[in-house]
Design a protein around this ligand. Structure first.
Ligand SMILES: CC(C)[C@H](C(=O)O)[C@@H](O)C(=O)O
Ligand code: SF4
Length: 463
């Protein structure tokens, strides 16, 4: 029988199938950060349990870490406690930790792939919704809650109801100047933030096959913002070339063997999805959000919907959202002045994002009205930025590089956008207060962020 990519990986990981109940699934890789893991470790302590397979779990603090002076003690007591607790848990349970100051520290969804811990065919979990990022490798990767973190630590398994499957096809080629982030924001705008609830999504089609691994990670990262359990892309030569040679990638004979298996990981012809939709890649424009959820987006040259374009049931929240943002129905945002630019996060904090940003700002100057936070996703990204001399281009254009971490993506550290200020951000959430109390977030890709940083306004990077 024809199988989807999802079915193949899922079926290969079933430990116990229960009729009318969740399936027990084996987990190949487990990532942990400081926010969602403390109670899980305490739970193990209370039960007198060890971590079942310590080599399968990797820890990195990312949410609470400062992006300046990481060599000094963390000032905020709550953040310090969370980061210290993660270190203690790693030591007590014998787990690998890329702690603060470690050359491999960074956002957990950035360091997994760059170290070769993320591989095709795997089941991957983390107590974090953006675990969907790892699906870019052709893996079943999804976020879990803290009680499930405890379950995985104790048993290397998890109980999961089988999600429905959806395939989204992007036919044809993207237009020049359109990025992976635009694909994702466009898709959420079409499907809405609840449009993929209950589904595991496979992204497919020519425009997806043409993406680099980092671009695929950006697309899969945002799956959760349309409610999907996760997103995935079939592995191909691009995937294999990215994984090969990385620290934890299989080597020698083991590589040849696994590669033969990875090549079978694609949806068979005739495989049935519970839902299938298609978009014309050429209809995607550089995309920005105007509201307070990632589905409230539009082409950069477009206009915010007018009230009559909104379903009656949604009008109150639409008005509330625009009120928070200080925008009016029907308004165009191109040319509107902004205050902050944030380049970073597990969505767009990788080397290609910094290359794209640097290429745009090269020979130009940062606008005086803009405060720009350029935050690499990891120390490996930071090192690469310097190795390529991108830091010099950025400095000459008036920018400074900060130290890696989640930073202003959710403002758990000091990087908070002040109330009422507008931030063009390459991250993935624009909820009220996400980047600081009262902060107003406009989500966009790295090129739109670069254009905003040099003009001080919302600007189409193609002009
Ligand atoms: C802190 C964590 C639980 C959260 C998530 O799960 O996504 C965070 O990473 C976020 O992006 O909001
Ligand atoms: S960068 Fe943002 S989205 Fe990603 S894990 Fe950190 S807080 Fe969550």
């Amino acid at each position: 029988m024809s199988k989807t990519l999802f079915d193949k990986i899922w079926d290969a990981h079933v430990v116990t199938a229960v009729t009318d109940g969740p399936t027990q699934i084996y987990i190949d890789r487990h990532f942990c950060h400081e926010v969602t893991s403390p109670q899980a470790f305490d739970g193990l302590r209370k039960r007198g349990l060890k971590v079942f397979r310590p080599e399968k779990t990797t820890l990195s603090p990312d949410h609470n870490i400062p992006t300046l002076n990481q060599d000094k003690p963390i000032q905020d007591p709550i953040s310090k406690n969370q980061v210290d607790t993660l270190s203690k848990n790693a030591a007590d349970f014998g787990l690998t930790l890329y702690g603060l100051g470690h050359e491999k520290n960074g956002i957990i969804h950035v360091i997994g792939p760059e170290n070769g811990l993320t591989q095709p065919g795997m089941t991957i979990v983390c107590g974090d919704s953006h675990t969907s990022t790892h699906g870019a490798f052709g893996a079943i990767a999804f976020g879990i809650g803290t009680s499930e973190v405890e379950m995985v630590l104790a048993s290397q398994c998890i109980l999961q109801p089988r999600p429905k499957t959806m395939r989204i096809n992007y036919n044809g080629k993207l237009k020049p100047g359109v990025t992976a982030k635009d694909i994702a924001l466009y898709t959420i705008s079409q499907l809405t933030t609840g449009g993929a609830t209950g589904y595991f999504v496979e992204y497919a089609g020519e425009a997806i096959c043409n993406l680099s691994m980092e671009e695929r990670m950006t697309v899969c990262n945002l799956s959760i913002e349309m409610g999907a359990r996760g997103g995935m892309i079939a592995p191909d030569e691009t995937t294999f070339a990215y994984v090969q040679g990385r620290e934890f990638a299989p080597k020698g004979e083991a590589w040849d063997k696994v590669l033969a298996y990875w090549k079978t990981l694609k949806s068979d012809d005739g495989a049935k999805f519970d839902r299938e939709i298609s978009f014309d890649a050429a209809s995607i424009e550089p995309w920005i959000t105007y509201g307070t959820n990632p589905g409230m987006g539009m082409a950069i040259g477009g206009a915010i919907p007018t009230i009559d374009q909104i379903d009656e049931a949604g009008r109150i929240s639409f008005e509330k959202s625009l009120n928070y943002m200080g925008f009016k129905p029907g308004e165009k945002l191109e040319g509107k002045q902004i205050d902050y630019v944030f380049l970073g996060s597990c969505t767009n904090g990788r080397i290609e994002d910094f290359r794209a940003f640097a290429a745009y700002v090269k020979g130009k100057k940062k606008a005086d009205n803009v405060i720009a936070w350029l935050v690499p996703g990891s120390w490996m990204v930071e090192k690469q930025i310097r190795a390529e001399g991108l830091d010099k281009i950025l400095t000459e254009a008036g920018f400074e590089l900060r130290q890696p971490g989640c930073s202003a993506c959710l403002a758990m550290n000091e990087d908070k956008v002040p109330a009422g200020k507008y931030a063009v951000s390459t991250s993935n959430r624009n909820f009220e207060g996400r980047q600081g109390p009262g902060a107003r977030t406009i989500l966009a890709g790295p090129l739109v962020a670069a254009a905003a940083a040099v003009t001080g306004k919302i600007t189409d990077p193609r002009n």
